[in-house]
Design a protein around this ligand. Sequence first.
Ligand SMILES: Nc1nc2c(ncn2[C@@H]2O[C@H](COP(=O)(O)OP(=O)(O)O)[C@@H](O)[C@H]2O)c(=O)[nH]1
Ligand SMILES: [Mg+2]
Length: 254
Amino acid sequence: MPEREAEKSEPVHGVIVLPTYNERGNIEKLLDAILAERAQLEEFKLSVLVVDDLSPDGTGEVVREYAQTCDGVHLLSGAKRGLGTAYKRGIMHALEILRADIVFQMDADFSHDPGDLPRLVREVRTCDFVVGSRYVPGGSVPENWSRLRKAISKWGNIFARHIAGLDGVRDCTSGYRAIRAGVLREVDLERMDDTGYIFIMNLLYEAVQSGARVSEIPIHFTNRLHGESKLGAADIFGFIRKVFLIRLNSLRRR
Ligand SMILES: Nc1nc2c(ncn2[C@@H]2O[C@H](COP(=O)(O)OP(=O)(O)O)[C@@H](O)[C@H]2O)c(=O)[nH]1
Ligand SMILES: [Mg+2]
């Protein structure tokens, strides 16, 4: 079982890993909104690690300047190799260099409300892996999503639950989470498949396999504020393929 950080002396250090690709229109405002939540967090130190893949729109430069005037904001820059790779790099940096006790995953486009952070922090005190969930009572996706987008998200989750065996979790693909460092050290991050968006589901799967206690809290997922989504058809097909591979591997292990 993962080591229980809750037993450590306070303050707990939480690091939000924030992957960005062309988020210039959102990033400064988002960092302001995240840091404003610090006032609500008692005995909890909150830092942000922006993982930028050399965004052509200059997101990285905006963050570099921001970090110079503000404590607890960090930038990790690298070549563009997709969302999963960015997360992997960011999580390892958060654990090894920033010595995080809790790692948060969050999108940098205001789809995830920074105002939900105190609820995530509260919940992770009593479990290992908190999912900000669109598919538990009280959670939602945007009204104006197309029928197709709603169907892909909903059925993608049902599919992952039943085929990959993530029975207890309603929202396996949510990118808003709080995870204990002990869980992240338990799973083999180095070897984990990090092709694009697959990483999000894969990380949850590996955490559940290693015995993590998962809890879901409702969130309202909103449309991005500025810019465009980077989720493409290749990501959706890659996701389906990965879910079947997980099933196949679990059948082989039996
Ligand atoms: N570093 C990095 N971030 C990415 C990449 N692709 C997407 N992101 C970020 O991942 C988050 C989710 O992406 P988004 O396009 O909003 O996906 P959607 O919410 O599923 O439509 C956003 O903060 C993006 O800027 C990438 O290749 N590298
Ligand atoms: Mg988004």
